[in-house]
Design a binder for this molecule. Structure first.
Ligand SMILES: O=C(O)c1ccccc1NCC(=O)[C@H](O)[C@H](O)COP(=O)(O)O
Length: 225
């Protein structure tokens, strides 16, 4: 029976673009629910499957590991799956639903708000409903970089998606979130989870413990826990 995930009692937090063991450990100790590894070779946060396998092997229980791709080949995804054993796949390109669902792992579909075909709230809804089997719909900003831009988008573009009720998959807010902006964003848009990269960094791929703490505390204050 479909559930309505629009009012979670606790917002999940994913810290994306992890490249160093110390950042993974700090994120876990501070209370992150998930960490992301970027397997898009053009990303400033790219990590090789071999290096990511060392980090995923050190990830404590009950922290999800998420493998990010942009229009990957099957071989690229399968290599990551065999070496890294991620909990979840996340697709940021134009991957069709059949491809995303073909690997036998839960997947998150990232939508680049404002991209061609996603320029109105109604078009956003249509794009999302093409992925009814995703375990989450993630909303990011449309930029040439495909993700990790640190730029936010107009959240009113999700007004139609928010009305889907039980037809919606868990909604993940992303794109330019920062320790000092995430609380306001969540008060206007109740999300299942938030996903952040640039907003908790010293430099691309190098996370800041201070910013991660500030970000996680801000989210938890919105939840009241
Ligand atoms: O981080 C990247 O470089 C990246 C490249 C290509 C696809 C996705 C990528 N990152 C995804 C994320 O880090 C987040 O899901 C999201 O884009 C938020 O990033 P930010 O605006 O920097 O918080």
């Amino acid at each position: 029976m479909p559930a309505d995930y629009s009012q979670p009692s606790r917002t999940r937090i994913k810290i994306c673009g992890i490249t160093r063991a110390e950042d993974l450990q700090t994120a876990a100790l501070l209370g992150a629910d998930a960490v992301g590894f970027v397997f898009y070779p053009k990303s400033k946060r790219y990590i090789s499957p071999t290096d990511a396998s060392k980090l995923s092997g050190q990830t404590p229980a009950f922290i999800s590991t998420v493998a990010l791709f942009v229009d990957p080949t099957d071989n690229e995804v399968e290599t990551v799956m065999s070496l890294v054993a991620p909990s979840v796949l996340q697709f940021h390109g134009d991957e069709p639903p059949e491809q995303c669902a073909s690997y036998g792992l839960p997947y998150i579909k990232a939508f680049r708000v404002g991209a061609p075909g996603m320029e109105t709230p109604e078009q956003m809804t249509e794009a999302c409903l093409a992925h009814p089997y995703a375990c989450g719909w993630l909303f990011d900003t449309y930029t040439p970089a495909y993700g990790g831009s640190g730029e936010s988008f107009d959240h009113t573009m999700l007004s139609s998606v928010k009305t889907l009720g039980t037809r919606a998959r868990p909604l993940i807010l992303s794109g330019g979130l920062k320790p000092d902006t995430v609380a306001n964003a969540l008060s206007n848009f109740k999300a299942w989870a938030v996903d952040v990269s640039s907003g908790v960094e010293e430099a691309p791929g190098i996370k800041s413990a201070v910013k991660m703490r500030g970000f996680i505390q801000s989210v938890r204050q919105v939840n009241g826990d």
